[in-house]
Design a protein around this ligand. Structure first.
Ligand SMILES: *Cc1c(COP(=O)(O)O)cnc(C)c1O
Length: 432
């Protein structure tokens, strides 16, 4: 970063500040992680200069012989990682990947059945403020008030009633795993496509730490920067391309196309222009890392740490949605502690502990206040935190939440947070 330092000192200064923030805080936002230095280097490469509309071997621009190899490397590694028949690594983000999924499978006005945003779903699964809810008719299933789990009998009941064109699975704040086989049965019973959005859990799925949606879903979308620990971006995958024909949806000419062909067109030219080749290179690096045995060890630890955190919170009298976790995150319902998500997030932030306020199912507060916080283990596990460190993390969070806003507690916890962070060094290549 030496040239940036002299070329643009103002911008460099902001990067230094952000590096320090990442180095000295507990990063507990469940959707965040720390990409490797190699991944970040690939993103900062000359590939940002190249236009490569189209796909390897079929580009609309000359000079693509090297970026073709880059994209093929990313695609082949991703296919191996997820045991997929086909992938598209061009989506700029998770939301862009999902836009292409809709374009491939649904016409405007048709019905999607997805997990309610207030019950852990995502904006792109039919929220009225998102293109998905604006363009399509969105219907929702949710979790049970008593258990916090999805009741699949009720999903079937709802599917029979609303007859969706597509059913979506996947969430950004659901601490439990999904039974894809049963979702497949439901989709088949009502003649719907089945779409899994594994944006949060892709890393855990790749390593077998969670159930595998690929054999059961018509299409799978993901981000590459959450548990997968790559650059900010998206991807679309198909498990069994051959058995999976979109037929009429696909083709005005009547020719039956494979899902993969339809999805490739839905990404480009359907919903994006030129791919971000520097980010695709970084995806290749991250997928290469994810194929190493250490990545499996990492994902196991992500899960073990989340379990430890759940136990520690419950031992301290906190109520967790679904009373535990199967994955990398927990959702704390703060109502029995007389707190809102907003107050908890703000006071933890002052002590250098970063979480996000989050609606809990059947929340009585507004989305700006909320009754819960969402806490995830992927980022701190990347730093090297194990169970004992997570017990300490919970102890420090509890100290703050017992007396939110107490300045002397905030100061003392902040000191402990920074001391622990210094024992688990993260990035040294901007500030060094
Ligand atoms: C994060 C997330 C997305 C969106 O990803 P972006 O890269 O932020 O666009 C989509 N779906 C789910 C389930 C997510 O958790």
């Amino acid at each position: 970063m030496d040239s940036l330092k002299t070329h643009d000192p103002e911008l460099y200064g902001y990067l230094e500040q952000e590096t320090e923030r990442q180095n000295l805080n507990f990063e507990l936002i469940a959707s965040e992680n720390f990409a490797s230095r190699a991944t970040i280097e690939a993103m900062g490469s000359v590939l940002t200069n190249k236009y490569a509309e189209g796909y390897p071997g079929k580009r609309y621009y000359g000079g693509c012989e090297h970026v073709d190899k880059v994209e093929d490397l990313a695609r082949n590694r991703a296919k191996k990682l997820f045991n997929a028949d086909w992938v598209n690594v061009q989506p700029h983000s998770g939301a862009s990947a999902n836009a292409a999924v809709y374009l491939a499978f649904m016409k405007p006005g048709e019905t999607l059945l997805g997990l309610d945003l207030a019950h852990g779903g995502h904006l792109t699964h039919g929220s009225p403020v998102n293109f998905s809810g604006i363009t399509y008719n969105a219907e929702f299933y949710g979790v049970e008030k008593e258990t916090g789990h999805i009741n699949l009998d009720k999903v079937l009941e709802k599917a029979k009633k609303v007859k969706p064109k597509m059913i979506s699975i996947g969430a950004s704040a659901y601490p439990r795993d999904f039974d894809y086989k049963v979702f497949r049965e439901i989709a088949d019973e009502v003649g719907a496509f089945l779409w899994m959005d594994m944006a949060h859990t892709a890393g855990l799925i790749a390593t077998g730490e969670l159930n595998d949606p690929l054999p059961w879903s018509d299409v799978i979308s993901t981000t590459t920067h959450k548990t997968l620990r790559g650059p900010r971006g998206g991807m679309i995958l198909v498990g069994n391309d051959g058995e999976n024909k979109l037929g009429v949806v696909a083709s005005k000419s009547g020719r039956v196309k494979n899902v993969s062909e339809v999805l490739d067109s839905a990404v480009f030219p359907g919903s994006q222009g030129g791919p971000l080749m520097h980010v695709i290179a970084a995806k290749a690096v991250a997928f290469g890392e994810a194929l190493q045995p250490e990545f499996k060890t990492y994902q196991k630890q992500v899960k073990t740490n989340a379990k430890r955190m759940a136990e520690e919170f419950m031992n301290r009298g906190y109520k967790l949605v679904s009373d535990g976790t199967d994955n990398h995150l927990i959702l704390v319902d703060l109502r029995n502690k007389g707190l809102t998500g907003k107050i908890a997030e703000e006071s933890l932030d002052k002590a250098g502990i970063t979480v996000n306020k989050n609606m809990v199912p059947f929340d009585t507060e507004s989305p700006f206040v909320t009754s819960g916080i969402r806490i995830g283990t992927p980022a701190l596990t990347t730093r090297g935190f194990e169970e004992d460190e997570f017990s300490e993390v919970v102890r420090l969070i509890d100290l703050i939440l017992q007396k939110p806003g107490d300045e002397s507690i905030i100061t003392s916890v902040k000191g402990d947070v920074q001391a622990m962070c210094k024992n688990f060094p993260l990035y040294d290549f901007i500030t060094a």
